[in-house]
Every structure is written in structure tokens, then in C-alpha cells.
Design a protein around this ligand. Structure first.
Ligand code: 5GP
Ligand code: ZN
Length: 111
């Protein structure tokens, strides 16, 4: 099981900020901004490159959750959504996840 599948299963603890049947949002263990949350589908999808017609409904739902979580966190001045895909992007956990970064002015790099 991958790291984030273990977080979904509760085998590794996380600070959850939102959960429903198909999506989980939790705080990044090494925050790069005052608010740094990861939003993931509970089902294992390795990366953006593995999104298909068959599994994309959960990705649409992930984006509904991103909007809801960002509002709940009070990110009224804006925020960034990032998904690293593959080696050149520096993806380290191969379970699809979207970073929500906010709470400060972000530079033109990822955070
Ligand atoms: P990536 O580099 O793949 O886009 O992002 C992986 C993210 O997962 C990193 O920002 C890293 O800090 C975070 N991360 C890695 N291990 C854990 C963990 O065990 N718990 C939490 N909450 N975040 C983690
Ligand atoms: Zn996984």
C-alpha cells in the first residue's frame, strides 16, 4: 500500500481537515505556506497522468472539496493548487494529490 493509501486506511496518522466517502483532505507534514493542505481521492490513482474517463468523476469532486476547504480555511486573498506529476515535477508520493497553498503571497515557483 502506498503512503497516502495508508493515511486513508488510518495506518498512518494525519491531521484531517475534510473527509467524505471518496475524498480526504489533510495537512501537509512539511508545510511550505501558512496553509498547506493535500486533497486526495481515497482510491489509488498514481498521478494526473493516470486520470481517465473511468476515474475522472472523483477528480471533479476533489476540486469541489478544494473550493470548500479553501473557503473554510479563510483563504479569501487567494491560494494556489498544485499537482506534481512525475520525476521532472518532483512528485515524491505516487498517489494523486493536490496541494492547496495559501496564507501568504506566493512566488512564481510552486510555493
Ligand atoms: P509531492 O512532492 O509528491 O508533490 O508531495 C508530497 C507531499 O506529501 C509533500 O509536500 C510532503 O511534505 C507530504 N508528505 C510526505 N509524507 C507525508 C506524511 O506522512 N504525512 C503528511 N501529512 N504529508 C506527507
Ligand atoms: Zn495510494
Amino acid at each position: 500500500m502506498c503512503l497516502f493509501c495508508k493515511i486513508v486506511a488510518g495506518e498512518i496518522p494525519s491531521t484531517k481537515v475534510y473527509e467524505d466517502e471518496t475524498v480526504l483532505a489533510f495537512r501537509d507534514i512539511a508545510p511550505q505556506a501558512p496553509t498547506h493542505i493535500l486533497v486526495i481521492p481515497k482510491a489509488h490513482i498514481a498521478s494526473v497522468a493516470d486520470v481517465t474517463a473511468e476515474n475522472s468523476a472523483v477528480v471533479a469532486h476533489v476540486f469541489e472539496v478544494i473550493a470548500k476547504v479553501a473557503a473554510a480555511e479563510g483563504l479569501t486573498d487567494g491560494y494556489r493548487v498544485v499537482s506534481n506529476c512525475g520525476d521532472h515535477a518532483g512528485q515524491t508520493v505516487h498517489h494523486l494529490h493536490f496541494h492547496i497553498l495559501g496564507g501568504r503571497q506566493l512566488n512564481l515557483e510552486m510555493a
